[in-house]
Ligand binder design. Structure first.
Ligand code: PLP
Length: 381
């Protein structure tokens, strides 16, 4: 019988994967610890395999340790940080609810967009990019708008600002019976964060920052009060995939199929969190502070200026002002090409004005800081 000739010319010819060996000192991802990479190459098991159920339990326990919470409802959401963000906002904001969001950085804007898509009304509390929220302004916004949900960014990756006074902010919200959602994407595992002690009702994060894990499974925790609101919703969350009342079937007691979890990413997160537990969360915060402190001292000694005041400085993300007359894009490209070193430019209101230099997780090491300071110094000289 006549066999039609196969046209082999259409098959793309792609070489073996050989990514460059970069040092990642941008706003994330950070350098991945070799133990995490090894965990990712271990055999795949099924997402309902008894051995994986145990891995899920362990991952949840380790996540509670990192978040400093006893919240039963603590899980890795399948997806990037924006997935855990949308899971928090999309479940806690019901149609007709009002959410108060900050205007002092890029990610408050994303919170607002997600709240609107969840059917909420958005009101804002203002602070300039590069400064934290002032509790007085938060109080005024509460008195004026009586929001149901209040979101803030604990570690603003776009400005290098750490939000202080968190217990003050949460108590204002609770005096008004509102729920507090904290964006901890760039703080979890890198700077002090006390979910229970500070009264945060829901906190979300990403694995690719201070946990030094590839993106794919993103930490989320909710207390019982927040979970009661989620489970008592009149209409289901708009996203089926991120509906926490359905995800409860998989991550809760039942362990029933909802979707096929990114198993390898859960392995990675478990190993990354095991490294956090071995180091001790407080020692890890101290390491970030010391290592990033050396980085800050190095860039300041070069005559460069930090964007955030010392009281709000965020060790995991150092926003350094671009000197007058310097083309930030050219510097960033030069560092990447000449030194295999990644840093990033500013976003939004700070575009062209700052360099964003991460010092997160496995990247927060003296060798990385030495490389960064010498390479940046040589590039700017
Ligand atoms: N929130 C903050 C503060 C972030 O820095 C990021 C990412 O950089 C996100 C949310 C969104 O996370 P992802 O990019 O992993 O979706």
């Amino acid at each position: 019988m006549h066999q039609p000739e196969l046209d082999e010319t259409e098959a793309p010819e792609v070489g073996e994967l050989t990514p460059p060996d970069r040092t990642l000192m941008g706003p994330g991802p950070s350098d991945v610890h070799p133990r995490v990479l090894r965990a990712m190459s271990t055999p795949l098991v099924g997402h309902l395999d008894p051995s994986f159920i145990e891995i899920m339990d362990e991952t949840q326990e380790l996540l509670r340790y990192a978040f400093r919470t006893d919240n039963q409802w603590t899980i890795p959401v399948s997806g990037t940080g924006s997935a855990s963000m949308e899971a928090a906002i999309g479940n806690l904001v019901e149609p007709g609810d009002t959410m108060l969001v900050p205007t002092n950085g890029y990610f408050g804007g994303r919170m607002a967009e997600m709240a609107r898509r969840a059917g909420g009304d958005v009101v804002e509390v203002d602070a300039p990019w590069g400064e934290p929220l002032d509790p007085v302004d938060v109080q005024t916004a509460f008195d004026e708008h009586q929001p149901d949900v209040f979101g803030f960014v604990h570690a603003e990756t776009s400005t290098g600002v750490r939000q202080p006074d968190v217990p003050e902010l949460t108590s204002i919200a609770h005096d008004h019976d509102a729920y507090v959602i904290a964006d901890c994407v760039t703080s979890l595992g890198g700077v002090p964060l006390e979910v229970d002690e500070w009264g945060v009702d829901a906190a979300y994060s990403g694995p690719q920052k201070c946990l030094s894990c590839p993106p794919g499974a993103s930490p989320l925790t909710l207390n019982d009060r927040a979970m009661d609101k989620v489970l008592g919703r009149e209409e289901p969350a708009r996203s089926w995939y991120l509906d926490l009342s359905l995800l409860e079937g998989y991550w809760g007691e039942e362990r029933a199929y909802h979707h096929t979890a990114p198993i390898t990413n859960v392995y990675a997160l478990r190993e990354a969190l095991r490294l956090v537990a071995e180091e001790g969360i407080e020692s890890r915060w101290a390491r970030h502070r010391e290592t990033a402190g050396a980085l800050k001292a190095g860039v300041e000694a070069m005559g460069l200026e930090m964007n955030a005041a010392d009281e709000y400085w965020l060790p995991s993300l150092n926003a350094v002002r671009v000197p007058d007359g310097v083309d930030d894009g050219a510097v960033i490209s030069y560092l990447l090409e000449g030194y295999d070193l990644e840093i990033a430019s500013g976003l939004g209101d700070l575009e062209g004005e700052i360099f964003r230099i991460g010092c997160m997780g496995h990247s927060a090491r003296p060798a990385n800081v030495s490389l960064l300071v010498s390479a940046l110094g040589q590039t700017l000289a």
